[in-house]
Write a protein that binds this ligand. Structure first.
Ligand SMILES: [Zn+2]
Length: 85
């Protein structure tokens, strides 16, 4: 008997509550050198149960470069749109 387990890999599960992860967009606040930066419209996988959002690695790279740029500004709080950054 062959056991087919590929189907299980299609659905990502939340590490916190084991809920189903779905693609979506979210706003994520970051604290950088005591400044608050909110990045809106970030593509993420969001848990359908607890709402926890996880960024994909490609998104994390871009977010980090955005945060690097904003760190040079003197604004204590910034709100940026992911797509425009
Ligand atoms: Zn969850």
């Amino acid at each position: 008997m062959v056991t087919e387990r590929q189907e299980i890999n299609k659905v990502k599960r939340c590490p916190l509550c084991d809920g189903e992860m779905r693609d979506g967009i979210t706003a994520i606040p970051f604290l950088v050198s005591e400044k608050v930066v909110v990045i809106k419209d970030v593509p993420a996988e969001i848990c359908s149960e607890c709402g926890e959002a996880y960024m994909k690695s490609s998104v994390v790279d871009k977010v980090e470069s955005v945060l690097d740029k904003l760190e040079a500004l003197h604004s204590e709080m910034s709100v940026v749109h992911y797509a425009a950054a």
